[in-house]
Design a protein around this ligand. Structure first.
Ligand code: FAD
Length: 499
């Protein structure tokens, strides 16, 4: 039988996406593939992207990465969720914490009891029943598998890290696995005239890198997927109109929060990401409602520590490539699309694209059905995350023109259906392979003040006293162990402080 196996892979770009792809492919298929990566120091990387979600631990596990060594090497810290300030109304605050909340009972989720408890005036704020939120707000952290003396899940965590140090860390790993890096600027992408596939990338040095499969990690420019193959872009700026971010690192002040902060402003929002050596800050805003000078001033007025560099503007257009996989090119990272970092999903989408690539790994026939199946799954992943991000904007009660516009706009049907179902029944369902869980949706829907008309009827099996007792017990179980945990700083100093 004709051997159609792919042997030669070229990764274009050495940002987070490029080195994640090289590290994962070399860790899993390294003995079957020759993997080369080309990047240009002169062009550099986007240089932001510091907050993640818990699934990153699976990626690190796949690459055989020791977690403490990784946190140390990337000046990392631990992340238990995201605190949203001023999103529903100015002055509001809620957390989208990772992990479970409370304990489900009689086949229904804990929050159905909480909804009833809130209606009857016997429930505390939702976060009091979340172990992650309670530990996070206390500034503590430890790896806890179960809440002591219970069957309840312990702490679910992700990381904040310096993205350029993460890329360097993965580079070391990939090169040890045999990946060969070429420094240089690509000046031309050569297509095969018959198949239209990418045949080679030509460098300014004159060197040419031929390959069978190309992974385009060239950032926003989409050197292969767009500039060479003209794949096209699905624009979502009518739903997510923010189009710029100003980023600035600052010195750390006060305690090291084990969570990201997202603070809404008049025409966008600001992130605060605490690392060991500095805090990452940025202001994502909509240039139709705020000019750059004002956006910079808002950011500099609200950072907590001294700026460590000049603020820098990054422009973007929210949306996704019409096909993430076109011919023999697979786009990962910013070349495949962009969703603002409100729920820290970009690095996850890189990881997700790699996982899907591994499960759909082609041969040189590039079976169209396989390519289409991959593209369908990637589009679904993007669209469901897009909906979740739109929800944060749409469900607001603020007064500024920007916020009125996003409140009044029509949202995708897939999101409107979820909101309608929740409003009418207090229920939310995770569909197919969508990333965010029911409890994640619930925290944002409730945090942004969408109040359902009712709750699940099974929550009525308890008497009012039983309900109050149940809620009280869960709150006690969740809060009791917290003071015995180390502070976030103590944990890092003991386990994984950068030197
Ligand atoms: P880049 O970092 O841009 O890398 C592109 C690479 O291609 C570089 O190595 C470059 O040298 C190379 N290249 C390009 N052209 C050529 C050429 N002609 N020749 C040779 N090499 C070339 N993600 C998160 O998960 N969490 C976050 O908190 C988060 N925050 C973000 C905030 C902002 C404002 C932005 C814009 C993004 C954020 N992201 C975040 C996304 C995250 O930064 C990116 O997904 C991630 O860094 C991947 O980038 P990349 O590798 O695709 O592109």
């Amino acid at each position: 039988m004709d051997d159609r196996r792919i042997r030669d892979v070229v990764v274009v770009g050495g940002g987070t996406a490029g080195w994640m792809a090289a590290a994962a492919l070399s860790s899993t298929m390294g003995d079957q593939l020759r993997i080369r990566l080309v990047e240009s120091e002169e062009i550099g990387t986007v240089g932001v992207g510091e907050a993640t979600i818990p699934a990153i631990r699976l990626f690190n596990g796949l690459c055989g990465i020791d977690e403490d060594a990784f946190v140390k090497a990337t000046q990392g810290s631990f992340k238990l969720g995201i605190e949203f300030q001023n999103w529903g109304r100015v002055g509001d605050s809620y957390m989208h914490a990772f992990g479970q909340i409370g304990q489900s009972l009689d086949m229904i989720e804990f929050w159905q009891y909480w909804l009833r408890g809130r209606q009857e005036g016997v429930a505390a704020p939702l976060g009091h029943y979340s172990f992650n939120e309670t530990v996070g707000r206390a500034g503590r952290f430890a790896r806890v598998g179960r809440i002591p003396n219970t069957e309840l899940d312990g702490i679910s965590y992700a990381f904040h890290f310096d993205a350029s140090l993460y890329a360097a860390f993965l580079r070391g790993l990939a090169e040890r696995n045999g990946v060969v890096r070429t420094e240089g600027r690509i000046r031309e992408v050569r297509l095969d005239p018959q198949s239209g596939h990418v045949a080679a990338v030509e460098l300014e040095s004159g060197e040419s890198l031929a390959g069978e499969l190309f992974i385009d990690c060239s950032g926003f420019r989409g050197l292969l997927i767009e500039q060479a193959l003209e794949t096209g872009y699905v624009d979502w700026t009518h739903w997510l109109p923010c189009d710029r971010a100003i980023a600035v690192p600052t010195a750390n002040v006060g305690t090291l929060r084990p969570y990201t902060q997202s603070i809404a402003h008049a025409a966008g929002w600001q992130w605060r990401i605490p690392l060991q050596h500095r805090t990452g800050n940025g202001h994502v805003f909509c240039s139709a409602f705020m000019d750059e000078d004002e956006a910079r001033r808002v950011l500099l007025d609200t950072v907590e520590g001294e700026p460590l560099a000049d603020p820098r503007t990054i422009r973007f257009r929210t949306g996704m490539r019409r096909k993430a996989w076109n011919r023999n090119v697979i786009a990962l990272g910013l070349s495949s699309g962009f969703l603002e970092p409100l729920e820290s999903t970009s690095i996850h989408l890189v990881q997700n694209g790699i996982a899907r690539l591994l499960s759909h790994f082609p041969d040189r026939n590039f079976a169209p059905a396989n390519v289409e199946a991959y593209n369908r799954r990637i589009a679904y992943d993007y669209e469901r995350i897009r909906d979740f991000i739109i929800l944060h904007y749409h469900a607001n009660q603020r007064d500024e023109p920007f916020w009125r516009q996003v409140r009044e706009m029509a949202v995708p049907d897939s999101l409107q259906d979820k909101i309608d179902l929740f409003r009418a029944t207090g229920r939310v369902f995770r569909e197919q392979e969508e990333l965010f869980t029911e409890v994640g949706w619930f925290q944002v829907l409730t945090g942004q003040n969408i109040v359902p008309e009712t709750y699940h009827p099974l929550a009525d099996v308890l008497t009012r006293d039983e309900l109050a007792g149940f809620l009280r017990d869960i709150k006690t179980i969740v809060s009791a162990p917290v003071s015995r945990l180390p502070t976030h700083e103590e944990f890092i100093a003991h386990q994984c402080a950068a030197v």
